[in-house]
Design a protein around this ligand. Structure first.
Ligand SMILES: Nc1ncnc2c1ncn2[C@@H]1O[C@H](COP(=O)(O)OP(=O)(O)OP(=O)(O)O)[C@@H](O)[C@H]1O
Length: 211
């Protein structure tokens, strides 16, 4: 496959219980796929499995690299600046020690600035993460995912803790990023947001795709 994500027959068991069974889905570059479902349906587990963070059966194929995961609670380092949090996305390329010593290559610094620009946060690049609003933090988390140069972005309930205006803005941003060539999978439990912002929607119930 030339890009995008294809998952076939995915199964996950946690604590001896089947949490996901026979999940099959595909998302292409340029497209936003929403995964809907009630709390406990398995949305987080699906995205974590797709990102390679959870042992699973079945196959996950991601064309052009590994997917990048945007966590529900953004998982930023609170005391680091927005810029430094974004640079963390390059860890896989430059290695832990160079990162710890802040020896970021100029090209990575330039790319971090570009990623911050793509999420509209150039102006707060040097602010500490813990001084940013919830919406801004979620944007930094998205920029950090872009920094991974991943072809697929997996966003786990990225708007769960945002007010309606910020939720709209973050989902519109994900849609723009898809239009720029990424494949995007976003889990949401608000069907009206999924209807408005996703190209396709799938529903998970008790670990199975039902629609
Ligand atoms: N480490 C674990 N051990 C055992 N069961 C787990 C573990 N993690 C999750 N589960 C169970 O797997 C099921 C799916 O959880 P998951 O977090 O994927 O659902 P979700 O749809 O993302 O829910 P939410 O919207 O509340 O985040 C739940 O029943 C949960 O209790």
């Amino acid at each position: 496959m030339s890009g995008g994500l294809r998952i076939e027959g995915l199964g996950v068991s946690l604590g001896g219980r089947a949490v996901l069974s026979d999940v099959t889905l595909a998302v292409s570059p340029g497209e936003v796929l929403a995964i809907e479902g009630e709390s406990g349906a398995g949305k987080t587990t699906l995205l974590r499995a797709a990102a390679g963070l959870v042992p699973h059966s079945g196959t996950v194929r991601c064309g052009g690299g590994r997917p990048a995961l945007v966590f529900q609670h953004h998982a930023l380092a609170r005391r680091l600046t927005a810029r430094s949090n974004v640079l963390v996305g390059a860890l896989g390329r430059i290695g832990f020690w160079r990162a710890a010593l802040r020896l970021w290559p100029a090209a990575e610094r330039a790319f971090a600035a570009e990623c911050l620009g793509r999420v509209g946060l150039e102006a707060v690049a040097d602010r500490r993460a813990d001084t940013l609003s919830g919406g801004q933090r979620q944007r930094v988390a998205i920029a950090r995912a872009l920094m991974q140069r991943a072809p697929v972005l997996l966003a786990d309930e990225p708007v769960a803790s945002l007010d309606p205006a910020n939720a709209e803005a973050v989902l519109a941003l994900l849609r723009d990023l898809a239009r720029g060539g990424l494949a995007v999978v976003v889990s949401l439990h608000q069907p009206e947001l999924a209807r408005r912002h996703a190209d396709r929607r799938l529903r998970l119930e008790k670990g199975r795709i039902v629609a």
